[in-house]
Design a protein around this ligand. Sequence first.
Ligand code: ARG
Length: 588
Amino acid sequence: MKKLLDHISEEVKRAFAEAGYEEELGRVTVSNRPDLCEYQCNGAMAGAKKYRKAPLMIAGEVAEKLRSSTAFQAVDAAAPGFLNLKVKESFLADYLREMANSPKFGAEEAGAGKKIIIDYGGPNVAKPLHVGHLRSAIIGESVKRICRFAGAEVIGDIHLGDWGLQMGLIIHELSLRKPELPYFDEEFVGEYPKEAPFTISELEEIYPTASGKSKEDAAYKEKAMEATFKLQNGVRGYRALWDHIIRVSVADLKKNYDRLHVEFELWKGESDVQDRIPAMAEYMKREGYAYESEGALVVDVAEESDTKEIPPCMILKSDGAALYNTTDIATIEERMEELRPDEIIYVVDKRQELHFEQVFRCVRKTKLVKPETKLKFLGFGTMNGKDGKPFKTRDGGVMRLEYLLEEVYEEMFKKISESREMPLEEAEKTAEIVALSAVKYGDLSNQAPKDYIFDIQKFTSSEGNTGVYLLYTMVRIKSILNKYAEQGKSAAETKITVTDNESAKELMKAVAGFGAMAENAYQETAPHKICAYMYDLANAFNHFYHETKILTQEDEAKKSAYIALLGLTLRVMETCCDLLGFSAPERM
Ligand code: ARG
């Protein structure tokens, strides 16, 4: 379906052509003087030189041609040569009726035919999820849904950090605590136990303890590195132990991501590509891309136009070990072979920008991606506390994800219990839904690369630009629609028509902007555009609601048109929520 603005532009373009001018001059934009008009066209000014005519005269002639158009209620030529436009409510009503009956509200599928991989989440096995991982999960999930809505085939890959020194640390610490386990017996040839020799809480304690010890005790660290080396070289007992660590961690991660309504199609990790690294390094050497420098294998990725230094990309360390770079490069090679994506989007902390710059340049130079494959780094900023420093627990520790969610949940539960009587079970369920929207909207409403302040009081407030305000608005609409049904009428039978109500018209324009917004959010990989749109839409609805008698409206035709408009508004808002990764409860 055509976007509203394109639809309007077409009318004006036709008028320019009819008046004898170049059609392209008729491009229309939303007015920057809403006190004067709704839309404007500056084409007469642009054409004045070419046609050697006063812009106001051109505008006047075009305005004349537009008088008969069914789209406009007012067309004025204003000095020095603007065309000021107001659309007819009937034009909007026609447009919205078509929208209501079109799949995806008529939004263009700008991503149709594309295959996109989104690399997000990126938790590290056996380390607790912290708030840094929260942003990746929230933003990545929304980007995934936006791309999917745009018609693309999208695959989300969690890309677990499951191969580094942290594994060796855990294994070494376990070997000290439980040396009797068969995993440490080199003679052992039997089957290893099915049960893991630790629980998730033990695992979460073991890692920080081991990491602390390794920082103080060089010999301990040496042993942990040795364990990592043995694991990476396939020592049987260590691999078996590693399997346990992965299984126990992944089960716990799934619980956390479920609570966030974040879902991955692929649970691959850094370990999955280790087998292909030797051949890849060999290929890079053979083709002359990689060379040895102080024992290490590197690829130069600096370019002449660089304004800052981009160091060479290291593929193998002098001891032959692979690095974070190597894993990411090998993962791209694997993805290209197995999935053939048109684009890969990385949702990672923006402090990793240089790493990805090197990786992207390296895979281009070594031809591991096709020239037309897009690689995009969507770097996000830090979530800070009210003191402007990275968010911490009350006692100054690293904030764990589950504690943070629990805190927001408690706050929401308190508010919901205070303001309304509902059965305990419903209050709990509602608080969970609303808390999630508070956290996600608080994050997504900021441009991803910016830092933001996590403020529980603000995020859970029902006033202002918050997820909770939006849900309140949606619940309000749901309640009106329910009451309409209780009057024995069917909302399904209503149609959007002209009501001669200014605030209804404003709401109609806001709803009509959905398609253009959704396409733009996809093109720019920008969930915050959906947030901004939803907020404007909610404001337009609330303004209408306060100005208008809806359920008590005597004119039945008007009432029915209002209900139809509210029905579409709600559906559009629900779609936006879904694109952001949360939903609205039935009541609050
Ligand atoms: N595990 C990494 C971390 O916690 C993030 C992984 C990001 N994705 C990637 N393909 N490197 O920092």
